[in-house]
Design a protein around this ligand. Structure first.
Ligand SMILES: Cc1cc2nc3c(=O)[nH]c(=O)nc-3n(C[C@H](O)[C@H](O)[C@H](O)COP(=O)(O)OP(=O)(O)OC[C@H]3O[C@@H](n4cnc5c(N)ncnc54)[C@H](O)[C@@H]3O)c2cc1C
Length: 392
């Protein structure tokens, strides 16, 4: 049985079509009204792209990480919020595929996800843990019929639209903050009370207010592997690669608009090189380097999966932790810098919201990159690791 789809050309063509014909058309309205990109998600569902991470034997696409990253990058060129929703969904599914699929309950759940094209959300943030994903205050409470879970999350993207949500919590009420499990809560078994609004600078279509979650479910809905392993072996690698690819897509979109602007100028002043063609070339070199960065890390992770199968312990090493944090920090900074340079190239026409060269939405969206798991927090962790890791 192959778990991997090798012929990716038709799927990528389908994503390009959805990006151009659906996501790009609705992106401005999604952004202006801070609303969920429902048209794009409906098109992705119709193309069966929500099940891309699920093995073909369970009804999914069996795509590898590089292929998921190409999809997110392509969609981000049209609508950053749509790409972020899809990326977060892929990360959640990958956690179940890689850490649960040997168990009958999860195999059945994955089959159901593929058949019904479920959308999965995530609640790792929590009031009182201050952005630290690897600590929880809330705890799973064992109940006669399974578990009960209550969580006060600071941020929860598209929870109102999700069919299930993966939630981090302490293993039980006696466990320390870092002894976490990952619980899959079905939307029908959850009550979500919004505790705030989502009127944000960018990524407005992700619809990410805070929520108080009240949920119950069966004991089998708690992934048996510790969240510590799921985080380092899947959640962090997938998040950092997929987010980087979509931030790159935002930068590519902005720079594409800058390129159009410069070509338009060149056509109007034949025979002379527009002054802003050189800054455009400078930004294009950075864009290319960034693409190679996320593609390279994705390819390494795919090669590991091919060589070592279910044994992913190498991802628990300091070297891999550093490599993944380097990607996240570098990609979030580079993508924002490139969008900023695109704005310098386009000038006022890029600054105006109603111009074809506008890079306003891309600029606001990309500013979330350094905050989404804060770069300061990651650099502090890297600084400690670099003290004990000389060989690079
Ligand atoms: C678009 C978007 C969608 C999101 N969707 C979800 C979702 O679906 N589910 C979910 O659970 N969460 C979601 N989040 C939240 C995310 O997971 C993080 O929890 C959040 O980005 C961290 O928020 P913070 O800035 O308040 O916290 P912090 O990490 O505490 O950062 C606050 C400030 O403190 C600084 N800082 C923190 N620690 C250190 C340190 N050790 N050294 C130096 N400086 C430090 C940071 O640089 C930053 O300036 C989303 C975030 C965004 C932007």
């Amino acid at each position: 049985m192959t778990d991997r789809s090798d012929d990716f050309t038709p799927q990528l063509a389908a994503v390009r079509g959805i990006a151009a014909e659906v996501a790009a058309k609705h992106a401005a309205d999604v952004d202006a009204r801070s609303r969920f990109p429902s048209e794009t998600l409906a098109a992705l569902r119709a193309a069966r792209l929500l099940s891309a991470p699920i093995p073909p034997a369970l009804g999914g696409g069996g795509f590898d990480l590089r292929q998921h990253a190409e999809i997110c990058a392509t969609l981000a060129k049209a609508c950053g919020s749509s790409a972020m929703v899809l990326a977060m969904h892929y990360v959640q599914l990958a956690c179940i595929v890689r850490h649960g699929r040997e168990q009958p309950y999860w195999r059945e759940f994955l089959r159901e996800c593929a058949e019904r094209q479920y959308l999965l959300g995530s609640l790792t943030s929590e009031n009182g843990t201050f952005g630290e994903m690897r600590a929880s205050l809330c705890a799973v409470q064992r109940a006669p019929e399974g578990f009960v879970l209550e969580k006060d999350a600071t941020t929860g993207s598209y929870c109102a639209q999700a069919d299930a949500i993966l939630v981090t919590a302490r293993r039980d009420r006696t466990a320390p903050e870092t002894d976490q499990v990952l619980v899959c809560v079905r939307r029908a078994d959850a009550r979500l009370e919004p505790t705030g609004t989502w009127d944000a600078l960018g990524m407005r279509g992700t619809c990410s207010p805070g929520y108080r979650l009240h949920a119950r479910g069966g004991a089998q809905q708690i992934l048996s592997e510790p969240f510590a392993d799921i985080a380092v072996q899947t959640m962090v690698p997938y998040s950092h690669v997929l987010w980087s690819s979509l931030w790159w897509g935002l930068a590519a979109d902005a720079l594409g608009r800058a390129g159009e602007y410069v070509r338009d100028l060149a056509r109007r002043h034949l025979g002379s090189l527009p002054a802003n063609a050189v800054p455009l070339a400078h930004a294009a070199a950075q864009l290319e380097a960034l693409r190679h960065h996320w593609l390279g890390v994705a390819a390494e992770i795919d090669a590991l999966a091919a060589a070592q199968g279910e044994d992913r312990r190498v991802l628990n090493t300091i070297e891999w932790a550093l490599k993944l944090n380097h990607l996240k920090v570098a990609a979030s900074e580079a993508s924002a810098r490139i969008v900023h340079e695109a704005l310098q190239v386009t000038g006022l026409l890029g600054y105006k919201n109603d111009s074809p060269y506008s890079v306003g939405r891309q600029y606001r969206d990309v500013l979330s990159a350094s905050l989404m798991i804060s770069n300061g927090r990651l650099l502090a962790k890297n600084a400690s690791m670099l003290l004990v890791c000389r060989e690079r």
